[in-house]
Design a protein around this ligand. Structure first.
Ligand SMILES: Cc1cc2nc3c(=O)[nH]c(=O)nc-3n(C[C@H](O)[C@H](O)[C@H](O)COP(=O)(O)O)c2cc1C
Length: 213
């Protein structure tokens, strides 16, 4: 059983990465081969709409023809049994790192026909993790639920039932006193980070274990 976790945060040691790390640990605890990839480390761009993946006579039918830092990651994602994509919310949606990854991952499999199913390999499970500054009850004001529902729908159309894991009201920086950030209830955020975030890490561990079970 292979689980691939993808970190769409440019930060490799903060909220999203920590949750994904626990997903990987949880999967590994069940004997799965689990790997975390940080998109920040890769040089790539989004889909260029070259349409090579839609040419049945071409060598890249159903596979992304672009050759760059994402090529190997897409290959690993193609073979993985479980995919977990984690991203901070930036301006209501996924980061540009994650968005570009999702374009490349998904468009290669999409077909503009109803006569055939998509060319994607079916997965056992898929999950999306979103971390964000705002509280859960505030995210609707930024359009985020619709963005998440859209991503979940695409994952389910292409791969497998998709769980969504939300981590809200995150601690964005380690030292709030250093920056102009007075819009936030900083003591509340720090308290939440100490009391709730460790529980969310535990839930992420359980998620990883469950997804590969
Ligand atoms: C450019 C930028 C845009 C952001 N936009 C939002 C947003 O629209 N909504 C939100 O709740 N948080 C927003 N955030 C905060 C991050 O989503 C949040 O701090 C997240 O947990 C960071 O994840 P990380 O710690 O894994 O990098 C934004 C952060 C940055 C840097």
């Amino acid at each position: 059983m292979r689980l691939l976790a993808i970190n769409g945060s440019p930060r490799k040691n903060m909220n999203t990465a920590h949750l994904l790390g626990e997903v990987v640990n949880g999967a590994a605890s069940q004997g799965a081969n689990a790997e975390l990839v940080h998109l920040r480390d890769k040089k790539y761009s989004g889909c260029t709409s070259c349409f090579a993946c839609k040419d049945p006579a071409g060598k890249y039918y159903g596979r992304c023809a672009m050759r760059d830092g994402l090529t190997g990651v897409l290959e690993t994602a193609h073979k993985a049994d479980v995919l977990v994509l984690g991203t901070p919310v930036y301006y209501g949606g996924e980061t540009s790192l994650m968005r570009a990854f999702m374009e490349r991952l998904c468009f290669q499999y999409h077909l503009y026909t109803d006569k055939k199913p998509p060319l994607s390999p079916r997965k056992k499970n898929v999950a999306l993790i979103y971390t964000m500054n705002v509280k859960r009850e505030e995210m609707a004001g930024y359009g985020t639920p619709a963005v998440i529902a859209n991503a979940k729908g695409i994952m389910e159309e292409l791969f497998a039932p998709c769980e969504v894991f939300l981590c809200c009201d995150t601690k964005q920086v380690n030292d709030y006193s250093r920056y102009e950030m007075d819009v936030w209830d900083v003591p509340g955020k720090l308290k939440r980070h100490e009391e709730i975030f460790p529980k969310e890490l535990g839930q992420a561990f359980e998620l990883g274990a469950r997804l590969v079970a």
